[in-house]
Design a binder for this molecule. Structure first.
Ligand SMILES: [Zn+2]
Length: 543
């Protein structure tokens, strides 16, 4: 018998064999058992996740001569001929290649004949959204008065291109990308049947590089088995896929953190020698960036081995969230651009050099949390239970407030408000805005945003529109926002941190003057060791 690729050899043949789509298998089985299956079904989802397989299983289930509680037997004549694609009452049409109205017309003409050998005629129309408008309309008439004993399965990877009226006539099923854990499980099952040994990590790598598409995963597995023989190891998978190991990725981020350009070059060269392609490598760096971010905000990543996890912890604590965010943007842009580049490696080198230039910034989320906790902090000093009672009027006189440095300007407060409003929906825009300085323009409705030159390129047209729209809403009149690259202006983040320092110093002075404090110091013969402002959350943590 000729060689069958795994995707065909291990194609699921019953509802229970379909990987990762249990929610749909269950719904369909229940509908079949209760005799309440709709006449037209939409199977929506990415490619290679089992839509056509599910449709064929459904066709078998409806035509099987000895079904077992809704599951097709797989043995009877009908099941077998559907599996072989020779059953007359199951029609598969690829709309991507039969787009015209003629194809649909001939389908509609046939629709009204009773099934020839089976019980139910099943039309499986793949890439349904590709039909022309006329074909859609012709088809709609059939859907309005569906012939008996006929089921339509309309599979699509692009639901929003499907006509709304047709959508409303169909029962919709959304297929998911297959989760990595389910995928490794399924790949392992195949290898056990093939009697091929494997390292579990090798299958994880395949799953990570298939983007939830089972068909892709199986095709990679085919190639790996041809390459490695009866024992699959991770190194073979990496070599075959042209991808880098976690150790290399971590060494690149460590070099970024240490601003070690020569080590970055070395790592890329090493990757090139191992046959790693630059574009997948960039994608892997993006994934790693996300993993660092998750580590930074304390999300546990169980999929990773303990060594990688602890390396990520370390990297996470050495970058702040804004830096990680911007690094991700730089890498993403590089990934898109390098498709058209004659020198992908140079692109990646320059992108990584750019990443080394990112200075740590003040963390937006911490500042926002602080602002929310003390909404009037520009006007009033925060009340703090960790500090001694307010000084008496007598002591206050000794420390006049440096009033001129107490508050943000009106325009900065407006910017602060804007950052706060954007933080939830558009955290990236909020972070960029926070690292810039808003100024008034020449007229009432114009504003200028002073942006650090290295961040200028992240303000895409779309982001500028978002800013302008939100600004207009905030000041309640149509406003115009102009961007200007400027390395010298003080960003809102920097202003806030200066203010925080001033406040802290002022409170420290007040404390030193406080009679009760002086009394305590005298009694215990102590001195002020350190002083910092606490947020309400901090106090709770320590309690
Ligand atoms: Zn059967």
């Amino acid at each position: 018998m000729s060689y069958l690729v795994y995707a065909r050899k291990y194609r699921p043949r019953t509802f229970s064999q379909v990987v990762g789509q249990q929610h749909i298998s269950r719904t369909l089985l229940n509908s079949i058992r209760s005799g309440r299956l709709a006449h037209a079904l939409i199977f929506n989802g990415p490619r290679g996740v089992g839509k056509t397989s599910m449709a064929r299983i459904l066709a078998k289930s409806l035509n099987c001569l000895q079904p077992d509680d809704g599951e097709p037997c797989g043995q009877c004549d009908n099941c077998r001929s559907i599996d072989h694609g020779s059953f007359l009452d199951v029609m598969e049409i690829d709309a991507a290649s039969n787009r015209g109205i003629d194809a649909i017309k001939s389908l509609i003409e046939e629709v009204h004949y009773a099934p020839s050998t089976g019980m139910v005629k099943v039309y499986i129309i793949d890439e349904f959204h590709m039909l022309t408008k006329e074909a859609f309309n012709a088809f709609l008439k059939t859907l309005e008065e569906p012939p008996e004993h006929t089921i339509f399965v309309l599979a699509t990877t692009d639901l929003h291109k499907v006509n709304q009226t047709i959508l409303s006539r169909c029962q919709r099923h959304d297929f998911r990308r297959i989760a990595p854990s389910e995928m490794t499980q399924a790949l392992g099952d195949i290898l056990r049947q093939e009697q091929v040994e494997f390292e579990p990590d090798a299958l994880k790598l395949i799953a990570q590089n298939s983007e939830g598409c089972m068909r892709d995963a199986e095709s990679i597995l085919d190639r790996v088995v041809s390459y490695s023989g009866d024992h699959i190891i991770s190194a073979d998978v990496m070599e075959l896929l042209g991808i880098a190991g976690n150790d290399l990725l971590i060494s690149i981020f460590t070099a970024l953190q240490q601003q070690d350009l020569s080590r970055i070059l070395e790592a890329l060269q090493q990757a090139g020698q191992r046959g790693t392609d630059m574009q997948p490598l960039t994608a892997q760096l993006m994934q790693m960036c996300r993993a660092i971010y998750l580590a930074r905000i304390g999300v546990e990543q169980r999929d990773l081995d303990s060594m990688t996890r602890s390396a990520l912890q370390e990297l996470g604590s050495s970058f702040d969230v804004t830096q990680i965010d911007i690094m991700y943007s730089i890498l993403r842009e590089c990934f898109v651009e390098m498709k058209h580049s004659p020198f992908p490696q140079y692109d990646l080198e320059f992108a990584l050099f750019k990443c080394t230039q990112l200075a740590p910034s003040v963390e937006v989320d911490r500042l926002l949390a602080a602002m929310e906790a003390t909404p009037n902090q520009h006007q009033e000093l925060p009340e703090d239970p960790g500090l001694p009672p307010q000084p008496s009027p007598a002591t206050q006189k000794k420390t006049p407030e440096p009033a001129s440095h107490q508050e943000l300007t009106d325009i900065s407060r407006l910017q602060q408000q804007l950052v706060k409003e954007l933080a939830q929906e558009q955290p990236h825009v909020a972070a960029l805005l926070h690292n810039s300085q808003l100024r008034r323009g020449d007229s009432d409705e114009s504003y200028v945003l002073m942006v650090p030159p290295h961040q200028r390129e992240f303000f895409t047209e779309e982001k500028q529109q978002t800013l302008q729209k939100n600004l207009s809403a905030l000041v309640q009149k149509p406003s115009r926002l102009v961007l200007r690259s400027d390395a010298t202006s003080t960003s809102l983040a920097a202003q806030e941190s200066q203010l925080q320092e001033q406040r802290s110093e002022q409170l420290r002075q007040q404390l030193l003057q406080d009679e009760m404090y002086q009394d305590i110091v005298r009694r215990f013969q102590g001195s002020l060791h350190s002083f910092r402002l606490l947020k309400p959350g901090d106090v709770g943590d320590q309690a």
